[in-house]
Design a protein around this ligand. Structure first.
Ligand code: UD1
Length: 390
């Protein structure tokens, strides 16, 4: 039973790693890993495969960067002939990136069942490209694997039948737990010259709403500079954000391997980190400031205060059962909330239901049973004539 597993962007690789490993334990399942190529830099892609002990992709579609329409369309165009050749029993997609929607749409149009891992999350903000990807992917999926209670509720409200929905937990936490011995022994602290016990904050920013408008970015950086007077802020920079930061004053850019220690205060911009270094760095931070979705979840389990620099979260469980606070982007509020979090750290609550490192087990068990009880799909392409009829 061939299952095509697709992944395109950094957080996708983290999610598919435990799933592929689990599928390999089932003699009846043959996972075929297809990388769309949405992320392609070594530190955004290959490094994750190595560190997560994930087999290299069987196929790379090489889609690369582009507008959202182009990126999504290229996934559709390049994936279709491959699915036609492989004729998988199902296509499994994860998360909410453009590659997720592109792969799901290709499969459903060919009559191939779609399984969506991390279904049902909603920010209710349709200006976010990810929200569009989530709503549309869920609408065309046959198996919807949800990470938290809100996901079930959202899907039921949208009219998705309950039999398709499976509350299984969070594969991102599977990856975090499985790699614990390795991130615990990361050498990132030594490489950055971070003295043990030195308090620091970690910052990540990449959402278009925060980094694309120069005024918003400037406001955010001003608030962060105020905080950086209290403790150093370490900022691994996404490649799309780097050109926007190079014009900004008062940012420190340490040279790789220059043996140079970080300054005791201020914002230090780092190259993108690998998975293990990133988790290690967050695990010892006093606070994490972010606009990422996955980091809200990872800090929940790491027990590190997380302040989300957005107006909404699609992951409300990280607020009710975790360490996350959604504080928006108002500079004065960012400063106030961060100082408050530093002064009054709260004890991390117990993990959310099913965030126990066994989500992939549950998913693959269900997928296997689904495959065994459903006939192979008749894969179709509905080729249209391109000729002009007289
Ligand atoms: C994508 C996802 C976002 C996710 C993020 C994780 C969408 C709509 N967005 O955002 O939900 O949180 O991945 O990181 O799918 N670039 C490189 N090297 C790379 C990849 C990207 O330089 O390996 C640069 C290019 O300039 C590219 C830009 O980053 O145009 C944006 O990349 P893209 O994949 O479109 O979106 P992300 O911002 O990474």
């Amino acid at each position: 039973m061939k299952i095509v597993v697709t992944a395109g962007a950094r957080p996708n690789f983290v999610k598919v790693a435990p799933l592929i490993k689990e599928m390999q334990r089932y003699p009846a399942l043959l996972p075929v890993l297809i990388h769309t190529g949405q992320h392609y830099d070594h530190m955004m892609s290959e490094q994750f495969f190595t560190e997560l002990d994930l087999q290299p992709p069987d196929i790379n579609l090489g889609v690369g960067s582009g507008s959202h329409a182009m990126q999504t369309a290229e996934v559709l165009r390049r994936l279709e002939p491959i699915l036609e050749m492989i004729k998988p029993r199902a296509v499994l997609v994860v998360g909410d990136v453009n590659s997720t929607l592109g792969a799901a749409l290709t499969a459903v149009k060919m009559g191939i069942p779609v399984a969506h891992v991390e279904a049902g999350l909603r920010s209710f903000d349709r200006t976010m490209p990810e929200e569009i990807n989530r709503v549309l992917t869920d609408a065309i999926s046959d198996l919807l694997f949800v990470t938290e209670e809100s996901g079930q509720q959202n899907l039921v409200r949208e009219g998705i039948s309950r039999e398709k929905i499976h509350f299984v937990g969070n594969v991102m936490i599977d990856a975090l737990q499985a790699s614990k011995p390795r991130w615990k022994s990361s050498s990132i602290f030594r490489r950055l010259g971070l003295e043990s016990g030195l308090p620091y904050a970690v910052l990540t920013l990449h959402r278009p709403c925060n980094v694309d408008d120069p005024v918003t970015l400037q406001d955010l950086l001003e608030a962060l500079q105020v905080l950086a007077r209290h403790m150093p802020i370490l900022f691994p920079v996404h490649p799309r954000v780097k050109p926007k930061l190079l014009r900004q004053p008062n940012l420190f850019w340490p040279q790789p391997n220059a043996g140079e220690s970080l300054p005791g205060k201020g914002i230090s911009c780092l190259d993108p980190l690998g998975y293990l270094d990133c988790i290690a760095l967050m695990s010892r931070a006093r606070v994490v400031l972010t606009d990422s979705g996955g980091i809200q979840e990872e800090t929940t389990i790491l027990g590190v205060p997380c302040l989300t620099l957005r107006e909404t979260t699609e992951r409300p469980i990280t607020v009710t059962h975790g360490t996350n606070r959604v504080i928006g982007t108002d500079p004065a509020r960012i400063v106030k909330e961060t100082l408050l979090a530093l002064e009054h750290p709260s004890l991390p609550p117990p993990p959310p239901p099913f965030w126990d490192g066994r989500a992939a087990e549950r998913i693959v068990r269900i997928l296997n049973a689904y495959g065994a009880s459903h006939r192979s799909p008749v894969v179709r392409t509905h080729r249209q004539s391109t000729g002009v009829s007289a």
